[in-house]
Each structure stands twice: as structure tokens, then as C-alpha cells.
Design a protein around this ligand. Structure first.
Ligand SMILES: Nc1ncnc2c1ncn2[C@@H]1O[C@H](COP(=O)(O)OP(=O)(O)OP(=O)(O)O)[C@@H](O)[C@H]1O
Ligand SMILES: [Mg+2]
Length: 603
């Protein structure tokens, strides 16, 4: 994906990626202009100070004009006052813009990433995304805020000082300028290197956060297999890698700032030396040399600051590049330019027509192969088949996480590839195999089914899902915090919460991937009853692992290797004695006794 062509992208100018912050700065151009005005006033008042000091030196000490010496000192004080006022105002404005812009970038990147298709997440690790959102944005912030503040102030000072130096003594200034290439050349050479190394550091940091994220997400597996030591090693190795990358970067950037300081101060010493001779020979006054020296010091200080900030700017450019990679990646599944809308009155009629599909990462193997299935509104269809038959893939395509390579899926008469994906998903509720719960209260977890639902509606849904009773029994009832990923609930309780969520959403189509994990028979009965409520009056497609489900289904679709091999009711298929009979014997063995009982009752 984008990673490969990003690395081949030409790098004409080393801070090119920072240009990408411009669109984010645009809304705050008013403040930027204000900051610029403050900067100008502060800089001018700073540049005025050495002039005042020259007058103090040349005339102030002669003692024949006390009036004027007071005036010079008042002017100096006034300049300091103006400078401090506008400098702090500028600081506030620029830092404000930095914080604001980074907050905007963070939100933009997150809101973009959250819309990406599953294919994106197959190649991008979530830990890496998190690292980009946190460490990379922080880097950009340091530059857009403090960095730009320093850079602007210093550039202004450099230009201003150079002009004033010329005014003060053109001869001395020309000498300084002759020394400029000595400063600029190494900066230019090294800063390119810093940027590359900075990107490498950020990549290594992202590696280690994704390793940590992975094992923390599966902490119980890690501990159950006593992988703590191994995982700890993996993490420490990657942290070590990022340290080494940072060390390389530090080496280059300290060398860089050292070089700048050395050349800048050598230049001053040379100038001071020549200047001192000029004063002795009476070609310039001591005040003028003082003034010149102050400007030269300002100049040196500002160039040093610029050099340091330049290294930061390089780092931020690397970080911004990584952020923009995320922002510019496009979701594979998008709404067409003019999406067709699903009929308002649609009751969930599904018609899957001759679908062939392989996952992008596995082009050699068709997960579905010439698959066709029509499901009437209100019908309950069970999907049965061996592992890898393609059952979950059918769900993935119905939810339009992927587009099939051939065939189409009609939802209430509209091809879902021509509709907006959100509109299709709005009409489907899914109860996945493994319940996904968020670290919130029971109330909020159910409300994810329909965020605008009232507390009362949430309670009703919980009652229908038979979740009401156990929720009420918790210490804080519906407000009980469920722990991360619902850790504080049993498997059956988690499933009933997921069912309540789907009931609350109440769309025409229900997709249900029955949990394979065995529940005890009491819990199983509760979940089954909850599911019955869920499937009532809905078009339901169930990946069935339980006997009771297949028996109640209107039709059972038997799948193998991406194809439909048989369709029928439980008893018909058992009598036929094909794949289904074998699967049923394996999967439902434990309840075989019930089967015969239930069949006898039915027949
Ligand atoms: N994201 C993916 N990328 C590549 N191949 C995949 C992906 N997901 C599933 N597959 C492959 O597609 C085929 C069908 O998988 P699917 O998940 O639909 O099977 P299933 O019938 O749901 O199996 P199970 O009963 O074990 O859940 C399998 O061969 C599987 O390896
Ligand atoms: Mg599956």
C-alpha cells in the first residue's frame, strides 16, 4: 500500500512535508497576522536598544548633559516595556495556534483512520496508528508552537541585526557576511541527515508501541502461556532499537548545534578584534563598537537558536510526513458519487447473486465461489459448514467491508455497491461470535446499538435480551462499569448484552455469528431465548453452531469451500445423509438425545 510509494516520493526540499500543515493553519489566519504584527513591534523595539546604548556610552558618560542621559535611559526602559509586552503577546498567540492546529490534526487523522476498510488494518498495526496520533503529533506541536515562534523571532532578528550592522559599520559587516557560508554549509548538510534519522526514530517508537499494544490486548493469553519473558524481550529489543536510532540522531544534531555555535562565536571574536583596533586608531567611536557588538551578539544568539530549531523542524517534518501518510490513505470502500438510497419501506429482502470473492491478501484462493442466495423478509436462514467454508465471509460482504470481484448483492432491490455503505450498515445489526464491549457502563454499552436511544428504551431492550436481571443485580445496576472489554462479565452475560444492543438498534436485517464457546445449559437457554426475541420479525442470517438454532431455521444452507452444497430443513438434510448429516453428528452430538425428542414432538 501507500508505504512503498511514500518512500519513493521525491524529496525536493527537506521540510516539504511541513507545507501540509498549511491547510490546518488557514482557519487561524487572523491570529497569525496578529502574531506577526506583535512580532514586528517586538523585534523593532529590540533592535532599538543597542542604539540607545550607544548614545549612553558616547554621550552619557561625558557628564555635561544630565538631561539627555535621563532621556536615553527612559528610552531604554520604554523599549524594554514595549518589547516585553509584545513578545509575550506573540508567544501566547503562536503557542495557541500550535496547540489548536495539533488538536485539529489529531482529530482529522483519527476520524479518517476510523473510516478505513478492513484491508487497511490488515497491513497497518493499530499500535502504530496510536503512536502516530500521540508521539508524532506532539513533535509537530513542538514545532508549530514553540518552534515557529523561535524561528520567526530569530529570522526577524537576523535580518534586522544585519541591516543595523550595515548601518553601524559596513566594513565590519562585510567581514561577517564573508563568514556566513561557513555557518550555512554544515547546517544544510547535517539537517537533511537529522530529518531522515528522525523519521527512523519515530518508526522504531511506533514498532515498540505496537508490540506493547498487541501483548496488552491479549494479556491473559500471554500469562497463560507464560510468555511474559519472551514478550518482555521483544519489547525491550524494539525499545533498544528506538534508543539506538535516537542516539544516532542526537549525535548528528549535537554536532550540528556545536558547529553553529562555534562558527558564530568565532565570527564575533574576529570582528571584536578588528573593531578594537579600529577604536584604538580612532576610526570609530567606542559607542559604535558597543552598538555593533550588541547587534553581533544578537545575531549570533539568533543564528544559534535558528540552528537548534532547524533540527526540530526537521524532526517535525519527518513526523508530519508520517501523519500525512495516514491522512492520504484512502478507504477502499467508498460511497459512489451519487449513492442510490435504499427504499424507506424496505423490510430486509436480501438477494446475493452469483458472488465470487477472494480476500485482497489471498488472490489465489476464492473464499466464495459462485455463491447465490435469496432471503425473504422475515425469514431465518442458518449457515452451516466446516471451518473455512466462507460463512463469516458472507457477513463481511453483506456489511460491505469488501466488494466481491464478481456478482452483486441486492438489498431491498438496490445493489449495495451503489448505495452509501453507512445506509446499508444502518439496516443491519450484527451479533458477533466474540462480543465486543467497551470500557463503559452497561447502559452505555447497550446504547451503542442506537446512540440516541433513551434510558427507558435501553432498559426495554435489555429486558427483551434477558439481560435486565443480571444487570440489576450488579452493584450500580445499569451504571456498573464493565471493565475493559467487559472483563467483569461471564461469556453468556456478554452475549446477552450484545443481543440487547442489536434489539435496541432494531434494523430489518440481523446477522448472527453464534458463539462456538459452550455455555452451561442454563446460560445457553437464556441466550437462546434472547436470540428468539431478536430474530422475531427480522430477516435473520445465522451462522449456526447450536442444534436449537438450526431446528428453528426456515432453511439451512450448507456451505463448503465457498459454495452452497445443499439447502433444506434439518430433518430433510439428515435423511439425505450428505455433508450436513456428518457435520450435525460432529457438532450436535452432545444434544443428539434432545434432537430425537424434539423431532418426535415436531413430527
Ligand atoms: N481477512 C482475510 N484475509 C485473507 N483470507 C481470509 C480472511 N478472512 C478469511 N480468510 C479465508 O477465507 C476463507 C473463508 O473464511 P471464513 O472466515 O469465511 O470461514 P468460516 O466459514 O467463517 O469459518 P469458521 O467456521 O472457522 O469461522 C478461509 O479460507 C480463510 O482462511
Ligand atoms: Mg467464521
Amino acid at each position: 500500500m501507500s508505504n512503498t510509494n511514500q518512500s519513493e516520493r521525491p524529496r525536493a526540499s527537506s521540510i516539504q512535508p511541513l507545507k501540509l500543515t498549511l491547510p490546518f493553519l488557514k482557519p487561524y489566519s487572523g491570529r497569525l497576522i496578529l502574531a506577526f504584527v506583535c512580532l514586528t513591534i517586538a523585534s523593532i523595539s529590540m533592535l532599538g536598544m543597542p542604539v540607545a546604548i550607544r548614545y549612553v556610552i558616547d554621550y552619557g558618560f561625558s557628564g555635561d548633559n544630565v538631561e539627555s542621559i535621563n532621556l536615553y535611559f527612559m528610552a531604554l526602559l520604554g523599549l524594554a516595556l514595549v518589547y516585553s509586552l509584545f513578545a509575550s503577546l506573540r508567544y501566547y498567540l503562536v503557542m495557541w495556534i500550535g496547540e489548536r492546529v495539533v488538536a485539529d490534526i489529531r482529530t482529522a487523522v483519527y476520524c479518517h483512520v476510523i473510516k478505513m476498510s478492513p484491508t487497511f488494518f490488515e497491513v497497518t498495526r493499530t499500535g502504530e496508528v496510536l503512536s502516530r496520533l500521540t508521539t508524532d503529533t506532539t513533535l509537530v506541536q513542538s514545532v508549530v508552537g514553540a518552534g515557529i515562534s523561535i524561528a520567526l523571532r530569530s529570522s526577524f532578528a537576523v535580518i534586522g541585526c544585519l541591516i543595523m550592522l550595515f548601518v553601524t559599520s559596513a566594513k565590519l559587516t562585510l567581514m561577517i557576511i564573508a563568514l556566513v557560508p561557513l555557518v550555512v554549509l554544515p547546517v544544510w548538510l547535517y539537517s537533511r541527515k537529522v530529518r531522515k534519522l528522525s523519521r527512523a526514530t519515530q518508526d522504531r517508537i511506533a514498532d515498540s508501541s505496537s508490540i506493547a499494544g498487541e501483548s496488552l490486548n491479549a494479556i491473559q493469553i500471554v500469562q497463560a502461556f507464560t510468555l511474559e519473558k519472551l514478550q518482555g524481550q521483544r519489547f525491550s529489543e524494539s525499545v533498544e532499537n528506538s534508543f539506538q536510532a535516537a542516539r544516532k540522531r542526537l549525535k548528528v544534531s549535537s554536532l550540528l548545534s556545536g558547529l553553529i555555535v562555534l562558527t558564530a562565536f568565532s565570527a564575533i571574536v574576529v570582528v571584536l578584534w578588528i573593531g578594537a583596533h579600529a577604536v584604538i586608531e580612532n576610526t570609530i567611536s567606542p559607542g559604535t563598537l558597543g552598538q555593533f557588538l550588541l547587534y553581533a551578539t544578537f545575531l549570533a544568539g539568533s543564528t544559534t537558536a535558528l540552528g537548534e530549531v532547524w533540527a526540530d523542524v526537521q524532526r517535525a517534518a519527518g513526523a508530519m510526513e508520517r501523519l500525512m501518510e495516514l491522512l492520504s490513505s484512502e478507504a477502499e470502500i467508498k460511497a459512489p458519487a451519487e449513492p442510490q438510497s435504499l427504499p424507506e419501506s424496505g423490510r430486509g429482502h436480501l438477494d446475493i447473486q452469483n458472488i465470487s470473492f477472494h480476500y485482497p491478501s489471498r488472490p489465489e484462493q476464492n473464499a466464495l465461489d459462485g455463491f447465490s442466495l435469496e432471503i425473504q423478509p422475515g425469514e431465518t436462514v442458518a449457515l452451516v459448514g466446516p471451518s473455512g467454508a466462507g460463512k463469516s465471509t458472507v457477513f463481511q460482504l453483506l456489511l460491505r467491508f469488501y466488494d466481491p470481484q464478481a456478482g452483486q448483492i441486492m438489498f431491498d432491490g438496490v445493489d449495495i455497491a451503489r448505495a452509501a455503505p453507512e445506509q446499508v450498515r444502518e439496516r443491519i445489526a450484527i451479533v458477533p461470535q466474540d462480543t465486543v464491549l467497551f470500557a463503559e457502563s452497561a447502559m452505555e454499552n447497550i446504547r451503542f446499538g442506537r446512540p440516541q436511544a433513551s434510558d427507558e428504551e435501553v432498559r426495554l431492550a435489555a429486558k427483551a435480551a434477558l439481560a435486565d436481571e443480571f444487570i440489576e443485580r450488579q452493584a450500580d445496576g445499569y451504571e456498573t462499569f464493565l471493565g475493559e472489554k467487559g472483563m467483569r462479565l461471564s461469556g453468556g452475560q456478554q452475549q446477552r448484552l450484545a443481543i440487547a444492543r442489536a434489539i435496541l438498534k432494531n434494523p430489518p436485517v440481523m446477522l448472527l455469528d453464534e458463539a462456538t464457546s459452550a455455555l452451561d445449559s442454563e446460560s445457553e437457554k437464556l441466550v437462546q431465548e434472547a436470540l428468539d426475541h431478536l430474530m422475531q420479525d427480522h430477516t435473520s442470517l445465522v451462522i449456526a453452531h447450536r442444534l436449537s438454532t438450526v431446528i428453528k431455521a426456515d432453511r439451512i444452507v450448507v456451505m463448503d469451500e465457498g459454495k452452497i452444497v445443499d439447502i433444506g430443513r434439518h430433518d430433510e438434510l439428515i435423511i439425505k445423509g450428505g455433508l450436513y448429516a456428518r457435520l450435525a453428528e460432529l457438532q450436535f452430538k452432545q444434544n443428539l438425545a434432545d434432537v430425537t425428542g424434539q423431532l418426535k414432538q415436531a413430527g
